[in-house]
Design a protein. Structure first.
Length: 280
């Protein structure tokens, strides 16, 4: 526990996305690869919310964070620890208490096979069954009422990436449309979400494998993760509902970004997330 305390100014996964720069460069050669060490994210909205999160990374993956209020006083810290094929998310508060908010289990190939949230988050757990027909079934279990049900079914394309989701509870489908290997829209037959991207290619050490892309979708129960946090830098999502202004360096790494989200439903609140990135 003392070792964990050393890393308290920490960081968990960062879902904020990218912003604007007209310059486009080829992917960097190995000698120009950079490693993300820290990100500082300032969040605010028109309803008066303000927070600052400092996120720390190892091998370009977040391992901990600390969140501060408007008076620059920290109020929550989180650490991601890995023991074998188990990943734990532990949250700490100012009174010294801690709570394991989520536990994820992976197989030897790195595929997500289980996920469990703490009682504070309704004690919901999921298991993921990888079927012979190239689909994944998400099974939900409620630890409180001891009820188990099939929740979602995901379909993978020929590249091994999830492209379709079936909500088993409502029998509603959502499908990703690709342009080459780039996801450009998600539709449920009635509404659609569109994605536009910067021309800047992501450096090779930031690209995610099909398994990693699928894991992010399964953890969030959301196909949008593929467009938001996949292998392309988003510039605009859903016709200006989300816009990104990004400054890239000469090797196509993000140096700073401003993500603006306009809630088009009630309450009509505009949120901004301004991020500065630090590399080795």
């Amino acid at each position: 526990m003392k070792k964990l305390a050393i890393y308290f100014v920490l960081g968990i996964s960062i879902s904020l996305i990218s912003c604007s720069n007209d310059e486009s460069n080829d992917s960097p050669e190995n000698g120009n690869l950079m490693t993300l060490k820290k990100a500082v994210i300032i969040s605010s909205n028109t309803a008066g919310h303000y927070s600052k999160r400092i996120v720390y990374y190892s091998d370009n993956k977040a391992f901990a964070d600390t969140t501060f209020d408007a008076q620059n006083q920290w109020y929550t810290r989180r650490v991601i620890s890995t023991e074998g094929n188990i990943k734990k998310y532990t949250s700490y508060t100012t009174d010294g208490s801690s709570d394991v908010s989520q536990i994820e289990g992976y197989d030897t190939q790195g595929k997500l096979i289980s996920r469990h949230t703490s009682p504070a988050n309704n004690a919901i757990s999921f298991t993921y069954v990888y079927n012979p027909d190239n689909t994944i079934t998400s099974v939900m279990h409620n630890d409180i009422n001891n009820q188990t049900s099939n929740y979602r079914k995901y379909y993978k394309n020929s590249n091994g990436i999830i492209y379709k989701e079936l909500d088993i509870l409502t029998n509603k489908e959502r499908i990703i449309t690709f342009q080459g290997d780039k996801p450009i829209s998600i539709s449920d037959g009635t509404t659609s979400i569109t994605f536009n991207y910067f021309p800047n290619p992501k450096p090779s050490n930031l690209l995610r494998t099909p398994t990693e892309l699928n894991n992010s979708i399964l953890i969030a129960n959301d196909l949008q993760k593929l467009g938001r946090e996949g292998n392309f830098y988003p510039q605009e999502i859903n016709n200006s509902e989300n816009t990104y202004e990004t400054i890239f360096n000469g090797f196509n790494y993000k140096m700073s970004e401003k993500h603006t989200y306009v809630n088009q439903n009630s309450p009509n609140v505009t949120s901004t997330y301004e991020t500065t990135y630090f590399y080795n």
